[in-house]
Design a protein around this ligand. Structure first.
Ligand code: GAL
Length: 424
């Protein structure tokens, strides 16, 4: 596992955004057939994004059977997927990410997509490291959709202005700004009290407070000594400080409702991946005017990445063409452009023009390349990119226990280390 991630990071260093040409028609196919697609994209921005894929498939004469399982971060969707697969009735395609693709490959239930990949030249159009994650034993079994950046802070400039606060670049500055926003009678941080959202903010703090090497040792290598170190205690202290600035409505709040609080000026900021930008876009809000997209405190030189992808299951012959068409369309430029504009992410396909994308997306594109060279491109733990599910589960549980109790930072670091050691 560690090997997959390390090679992912190393190889991304060589990923270039050189213009790529030669989009073939791929596996042109007889029309008809259906794809049932399991995903968890149900918020305004997410739904607008996934609708693009449905339209493209329907335009080619295929039928889209929507299998949306609500629940940000996909925990609900994964539970449903496992039970469908156990019953021997998986959908044609399911949103599954990162190292977990290998676990599904071990089950022997995935379709070989090499013919589509060859016809479409995926080996040259995808960063090699991304392509490697999509392969099981050298064969393509999954299709990458996008690249999300996690370490963002979404701010409402009117709230900051009203409070006389400035957009923070450090956690110290954050505390100063949060105090002012609170004193102005507004909510400093729009918080979604769900485990995956708490883990998202936690990893942002790990990167900012600990730095890139600490992040890799703690959340990629899951090194027990690092997890119980003094730096980790500092991380939890910072998280405790942030929790002073959330509102009583936070428990179990969905991430997109938290984003709405920033959009409508109830709250000053939200720490969330750039799917939150999809909500601003869906609400017709413009960056640098209606909202500010800033990198989260102390992480401007880092890029915590989260790559969405679909695995494809073996399906009946009548639906094979529809399934392969879906795989083909996802990597083609039309989908990559329109989907990612709606979703808030950046294209995974190399050589795409940045022209149609907004300012935060252009910054993400630039930083993706820069951090892949500097070594500051790191996989998200909270979003299944960094460690296998059991280790992730141990980490997320500890963070959630901490957020929802008065546990000390010292105890949290110790608990984190022992929970991870128990499953390692
Ligand atoms: C992430 C996923 C994103 C977004 C988010 C909220 O795990 O990668 O695409 O959907 O969850 O649901």
């Amino acid at each position: 596992m560690k090997r997959i991630i390390t090679s992912l990071i190393c190889l991304l260093m060589f990923a270039s955004f050189a213009f790529a040409t030669g989009q073939g028609d791929g596996t042109s196919a007889a029309k008809g057939g259906e794809v049932e697609v399991l995903h968890w994209w149900t918020s305004g921005g997410e739904a607008a994004a996934v609708a693009v894929l449905k339209q493209l498939l329907e335009a080619e004469g295929y039928t889209w059977k929507d299998f949306a399982v609500a629940g940000g971060g996909g925990d609900n969707a994964m539970t449903v997927l496992k039970s469908r697969a156990l019953a021997g009735n998986p959908p044609a395609a399911a949103q599954v990410k990162g190292p977990q693709i290998q676990l599904w490959g071990d089950e022997g239930v995935l379709t070989n997509l090499n013919d589509v990949a060859k016809a479409e030249d995926w080996d040259n159009l995808l960063p090699k490291v991304v392509a490697d994650v999509m392969k099981y034993k050298g064969n393509y079994v999954a299709v990458p959709v996008n690249v999300h950046r996690i370490n963002w802070m979404w701010c409402n400039p009117a709230v900051f202005k009203k409070a006389g606060a400035t957009i923070p670049k450090t956690w110290e500055e954050f505390e100063a700004a949060a105090k002012k926003i609170k004193a102005a009678g507004l909510i400093p941080v729009a918080w979604g009290g769900q485990p995956w959202q708490e883990a998202t903010v936690f990893e942002i703090i790990v990167a900012g407070v600990g730095g890139t090497d600490f992040y890799k040792k703690a959340l990629v290598d899951a090194d027990v000594n690092t997890l119980k170190s003094a730096t980790m205690v500092k991380v939890f202290k910072t998280l405790r400080m942030v929790l002073q600035y959330i509102d009583p409505g936070a428990p179990n709040r969905d991430w997109n409702l938290a984003t709405s609080m920033v959009i409508n000026g109830e709250a000053g900021m939200q720490f969330m991946g750039d799917w939150a930008k999809g909500e601003f876009t869906a609400a017709k809000k413009a960056p640098d005017k209606d909202y500010i997209a800033a990198t989260a405190p102390q992480t401007s030189k880092q890029f915590i990445f989260n790559i969405d992808s679909f695995i494809m299951f073996n399906v009946a012959d009548k639906d094979k063409n529809a399934q392969k068409a879906m795989a083909r369309l996802i990597v083609q430029p039309k989908f990559q452009e329109v989907f990612n504009i709606n979703k808030g992410s950046i294209p995974v396909r190399l050589g795409m023009s940045e022209e149609p994308f907004d300012i935060p997306a252009r910054l993400a594109m630039k930083d993706f390349v820069a951090t892949s060279k500097s070594g500051d491109l790191v996989p998200s733990m909270a979003h299944e990119m960094a460690v296998m599910p059991d280790i992730k589960g141990a980490m997320v549980d500890t963070v959630t226990n901490f957020c929802n109790s008065d546990m000390s930072a010292e105890d949290a670091a110790a608990q984190l280390a022992s929970a991870v050691a128990a499953v390692k």
